[in-house]
Each structure stands twice: as structure tokens, then as C-alpha cells.
Design a protein around this ligand. Structure first.
Ligand code: SAM
Length: 316
């Protein structure tokens, strides 16, 4: 066991700087990127996650036809967002990233319990189940409006909507918001019953949504995609759109996780090569930032072996 605050392959440690140097060497980076992608696809196929099939189904689904409708032409893309992510040169701004987001989410969930022979879907359900326990404890007793910021293709938005509808025993208004219109076009395609009230193309730093209009705001696996100044802005915006007593619930990598701290070198090098803001995230005091913008910090829970849930409440 280890009590370190973060892995020594992130931040300013010697090991971290050495890995960064490798990644900054273009030909080495290209090889790593390809390798990272192959590892994902291999894990998927070995574990019954239908990577290629999902891609093909979405490609022929008509999602592409939704792009112009869903795109808000007044939305600009900050520099931090235009970096390559997850081995996609155009980051989240491309169809390949959007068509692979569902199987990639299952593969990441499988990595949480590698010894347990779970399917991708059941690993993901388990991961969300642990997050719901935290949500249940800190959400206001009456939840009418839920906002999933950085919703991507809706891998949290849909189950979150079902979770709150069951909890409240009534229909809840759930909104998904993301900066990638490609991801949103896929989300809308998957939302065949129109369960989600709106899929909004916007920057979570400045959503344009009315103030005091949501009871819960979620940020799942978004913070490690942001530099710290953007995270602060997103917190400020979450505080503005939440009603007093409303809850901001974060789910993301846990820098204190012994599993992450002891990742084999081959894996942490691949991980870093596909996540440009990981050093910033692992060295950022998320709880302090939340409090600085005005949230009442409630808890940080290691919700599974790799992730933590963090909750803040907007003071009444
Ligand atoms: C790793 S994905 C997580 C998606 C989803 N929450 C999930 O858990 O499956 C990160 C998402 O955050 C979105 N994102 C990153 N920066 C954003 C910003 N400033 N505003 C809105 N969305 C953003 C990306 O487009 C991407 O879809």
C-alpha cells in the first residue's frame, strides 16, 4: 500500500519528465499512439466488447446527418481542447472518436476489475453503481433537473437519467452538454426514445444556461481532459447554474489510487501519451478549487480501485 498523493509518473517528478520527453519526440509519440490504440482494440475484442461492429453501426446510422443541426456555430474551441486526445489527432472533434466512444468506455471499465472476468457492460454498471451511492447521499431530496457536463455520447447521461427517474418516482429533466458536436450527434442518435430533454453544444466554462436551474451537475471523466484554469471556470459555471442546495458530483481518476500509482511503465507511458492534461490534473487540488469558487466541499470517496467521486454543494 502507498499513501502518496499521486503517481510519480505524473507531475514534475523525474520519471514523469522523462516520459514527457519521450512523448514530445514525434516519431516515438506516433508509435506510442498507435500502440495505445491497438491495446484498446485488443482488450475490447478479447472481452466481447464489439468495437468494430459498434463503429460500423454508428457510421451507417445517420448520425453524420445530425451534425449541422446540433452544431452551435457561435461556439469556439479553446486551444486546450484542440490537442490530440486518446490517440485521435483531432481529439474529440472527429467521427472516429465519437463512433468509438461507447466501446472505449467499456474497455476502461474492464481495466478497473481485470481479475474478475466481467463483461464490459457489467464492469461499467458496477462502476456507475458505486458513483450512484455517492450521488444518493448528497443529492437534494427533490431532484427535478440534472445537467451532465462533458456528456460525450451519453454513457453517463442515459443511466443517470434512469437513476434519478427511479429515485424520484417521476420523470426528471436531464440535459447533456458537450463541446464536441460529433459526440452529441452520436448521443442523439442513440437516444431513440428522446429520453434526454436536450443535447447542448456548448463549452462547460460558459454554457449560456439560466442560473439556478439545476439540482445536480455531473462531471464524469472530464476534469482530466482540462487544464486547471478551465476546471476553475467550469466549477464557477456549475455553481451559477445550480440551485442553492444543489450538488456538483465529479467522477474521475484517483491520483491516490495504489493501482494507478503502481501501473507498469509500459501502461503509464501509453496512458500519458494519449492524455495531454494528465500531469495538470494529477497535481491539481480539485477540492480546494471547488471551495475557492464557493462550493461547500462535502466528500472525496475512492469509488473503485481507480476512480474517486468528489462532491460539493452550492450553499443555500
Ligand atoms: C473522457 S470524455 C468523458 C465523457 C463522459 N462524461 C463519460 O464519462 O463517458 C470527456 C468529454 O468532455 C468533453 N469536454 C472536454 N472539455 C469540455 C468543455 N470545456 N466543455 C464541454 N465539454 C468538454 C469532451 O468533448 C468529451 O466528450
Amino acid at each position: 500500500m502507498t499513501n502518496k498523493l499521486k503517481p510519480n509518473w505524473t507531475g514534475d517528478d523525474l520519471l514523469s519528465r522523462f516520459v514527457n520527453l519521450l512523448i514530445q519526440t514525434k516519431p516515438i509519440y506516433q508509435v506510442m499512439k498507435r500502440q495505445a490504440r491497438q491495446v484498446m482494440i485488443k482488450t475490447a475484442e478479447k472481452n466481447g466488447v464489439h468495437w468494430r461492429q459498434t463503429y460500423q453501426e454508428l457510421e451507417s446510422s445517420g448520425a453524420k446527418g445530425l451534425l449541422s443541426d446540433i452544431t452551435n456555430p457561435s461556439v469556439g474551441y479553446p486551444d486546450y481542447y484542440r490537442k490530440p486526445f486518446h490517440a485521435y489527432e483531432e481529439g474529440d472533434l472527429c467521427w472516429q472518436a465519437a463512433f468509438e466512444a461507447i466501446p472505449a468506455t467499456y474497455v476502461r471499465a474492464l481495466r478497473v476489475w481485470p481479475q474478475e472476468n466481467l463483461s464490459g457492460e457489467s464492469a461499467y454498471e458496477r462502476l456507475l453503481g458505486n458513483f450512484y451511492q455517492v450521488l444518493d447521499e448528497y443529492s437534494p431530496s427533490l431532484v427535478k433537473d440534472v445537467l451532465d457536463m462533458g456528456c460525450s455520447v451519453g454513457m453517463l447521461t442515459f443511466p443517470l437519467h434512469r437513476y434519478y427517474c427511479q429515485r424520484q418516482k417521476t420523470k426528471v429533466r436531464t440535459v447533456g452538454l458537450d463541446l464536441s458536436p460529433y459526440m452529441l450527434a452520436v448521443a442523439k442518435t442513440v437516444d431513440v426514445n428522446g429520453d434526454i430533454s436536450e443535447w447542448i453544444h456548448a463549452n462547460a466554462e460558459k454554457t449560456g444556461l439560466p442560473e439556478n436551474s439545476f439540482d445536480v451537475v455531473t462531471l464524469k471523466s472530464v476534469l482530466h481532459h482540462l487544464p486547471r484554469h478551465a476546471t476553475r471556470n467550469v466549477f464557477q459555471e456549475a455553481l451559477r447554474v445550480l440551485r442553492p442546495g444543489g450538488c456538483l458530483a465529479i467522477f474521475d481518476q484517483d491520483p491516490r489510487s495504489p493501482v494507478l500509482q503502481n501501473l507498469p511503465p509500459a501502461l503509464f507511458v501509453l496512458l500519458k501519451s494519449t492524455e495531454p492534461w494528465l500531469d495538470d490534473y494529477h497535481t491539481f487540488d480539485v477540492e480546494a478549487a471547488m471551495q475557492e469558487v464557493g462550493f461547500q466541499y462535502k466528500t472525496t470517496v475512492a469509488s473503485d480501485p481507480r476512480h474517486r467521486a468528489i462532491v460539493g454543494i452550492k450553499p443555500s
